[in-house]
Design a protein around this ligand. Structure first.
Ligand code: SF4
Length: 177
């Protein structure tokens, strides 16, 4: 995909896991990324993105916006050549978190406190967390729940076996011949 590098690009949901990798890639290419976030003053939530920006040729700019607030993305979108829309509203009214989540974030934190890292790594929550930061922003103990889950996911990814090369399908081989 060819991207015009002189204009900024907007990435919604930039603090999320998938978008975080996308932002990293764009910054490495030297692009200016406009990142609309709920709270641009929240340094803790933006530290990963700022660290990436500091070590790459690209630049990142944060804008205040909320997915459910109509028109709030206009400022961030101004002048952008492309919009990567990865943000999504999420459900917070869960009737039975134990059933839906397997282990809750609090239980994963407890496993880590008990030095049961392998059990924590094997929990579904590591993959289901959408890094919305709700728990981290409201934790009365200041536990950086979202960041910890993020790190666990990175560790789980590092442990995945390398992908095998995809077998070429006959139609593809014919096209290349
Ligand atoms: S950041 Fe916290 S509240 Fe948000 S999805 Fe992950 S564990 Fe749940």
């Amino acid at each position: 995909m060819q991207i015009e590098k002189t204009a900024p690009v907007m990435v919604t949901g930039a603090t999320g896991y998938v978008a975080g990798w996308l932002v990293k890639r764009l910054l490495e290419e030297g692009l200016t990324v406009h990142a609309p976030v709920r709270d641009p003053e929240n340094a803790g939530k933006l530290k990963y993105l700022n660290e990436i920006a500091a070590s790459t040729p690209g630049q990142i700019r944060f804008f205040r916006a909320d997915l459910l607030d109509q028109g709030s993305y206009a400022e961030a979108m101004e002048g952008c050549a492309i919009v990567f829309h990865t943000a999504s509203p999420f459900v917070i009214d869960v009737k039975d978190p134990q059933r839906d989540l397997d282990l809750t974030p609090q239980q994963v934190m407890n496993l880590l406190r008990l030095q049961l890292r392998e059990l924590a790594l094997g929990s579904r929550m590591v993959w289901d967390c959408v890094t919305c930061y709700q728990c981290q922003e409201h934790c009365p103990q200041g536990v950086e729940v979202a960041d910890i889950l993020y790190e666990l996911r990175n560790e789980a990814v590092r442990r995945l076996p390398p992908l095998k090369p995809r077998a070429q399908c006959p139609a593809e081989a014919q096209r290349e011949a």
